[in-house]
Design a protein. Structure first.
Length: 305
């Protein structure tokens, strides 16, 4: 069971996380608050006065950057489409692997030292093993995983190539629009498509701080650090249906694309796999059907050197 959603810019712009946009331009979090200010001159002038005098020139730069970002969003609104796809997969866990509609997805478990008694987590912990999963009702939070992928119109990668400033602007906005579309898709999955939380009633602010049930780890993030699993996810969701292609190393094109997994279990939580030892690397390579050298390339940052 799968769905593809297509969004215009104005559909997802209210869910842009401006903190990350400003971070990409070298601004600290406090400058992103301009996005929460009413657009009138008086309100913006008042916002500037909330900063110490030595920070006001930087705040004025942030205000100018925000104004130009909004202008670009308005300019491109009728031309750019952001697509997001989700597929609901029957799932069960088998050790540190997930089996999704019969396709095995090997995962990594935390292995580094901890200063408390919290468990060493793996994403497979949030899905029941086969003997339990098979006895649960269909689309239960413990026997279902949603696989997702989102991407922006590839034409954005060629816009304003002769203007470095505008080109960087469209790149950074594209990243945020794809994340915003993914957020909107995730809400649709929770309330309607999967429907495990039909009564959810959250504001955009609540969505951006993830007050909803479940998690949405993306490939390349701390609990899914191995970019090469994009090839496994492609088998499940067919990236080409939302305009994504993969390089030989598993990187996604267009650059402003994302994919990952959606878990609905109330106990599911975000975590960082962190450093792993050679023993887990060898085990993981075996489960992936790859050589240790191949997996070393993808997991270099996670290895104890």
């Amino acid at each position: 069971m799968e769905t593809i959603l297509s969004f215009k810019i104005h559909d997802v712009a209210p869910l842009i996380n401006w903190v990350y946009f400003f971070h990409a331009w070298g601004f600290k979090k406090r400058f992103s608050t301009i996005a929460n200010i009413h657009g009138c001159d008086a309100c913006r002038a008042s916002w500037l006065t909330t900063f110490p005098e030595d920070e006001r020139p930087k705040a004025a730069e942030a205000l100018q950057l925000y104004n130009e970002a909004i202008s670009m969003l308005n300019l491109l609104d009728h031309d750019i489409i952001v697509k997001s796809k989700a597929r609901l997969c029957a799932a069960y866990s088998e050790g540190n692997d997930l089996i999704l509609d019969g396709i095995r997805l090997p995962l990594l478990r935390q292995q580094g030292k901890k200063n408390d008694d919290t468990p060493f987590l793996c994403l497979s912990d949030f899905i029941a093993p086969e003997n339990i999963a098979s006895s649960l009702p269909e689309l239960n939070v413990a026997n279902t995983v949603a696989v997702f992928a989102s991407s922006i119109d590839s034409s954005t990668e060629n816009l304003f190539k002769d203007d470095p400033y505008k080109h960087l602007m469209i790149q950074t906005l594209s990243d945020r629009l794809v994340e915003a579309a993914t957020e909107k898709m995730h809400q649709y999955v929770r309330k309607e498509f999967w429907g495990f939380d039909k009564q959810e009633n959250l504001s955009n602010e609540d969505l951006l701080v993830e007050k909803y049930q479940g998690i949405r780890p993306a490939v390349g993030y701390p609990s899914l650090p191995d970019q090469s699993i994009n090839f496994v996810i492609d088998k499940l969701i067919n990236f080409s249906s939302v305009g994504i292609t993969l390089t030989e190393n598993g990187a996604m094109n267009p650059h402003s694309s994302t994919c990952g997994l959606i878990f609905a279990h109330p106990a599911s939580t975000y975590f960082c796999v962190g450093k792993i030892g050679e023993d887990q690397l060898a085990d993981y390579a075996q489960r992936r059907g790859k050589t240790i050298d191949e997996m070393h390339k993808f997991l270099y940052a996670n290895l104890n050197q």
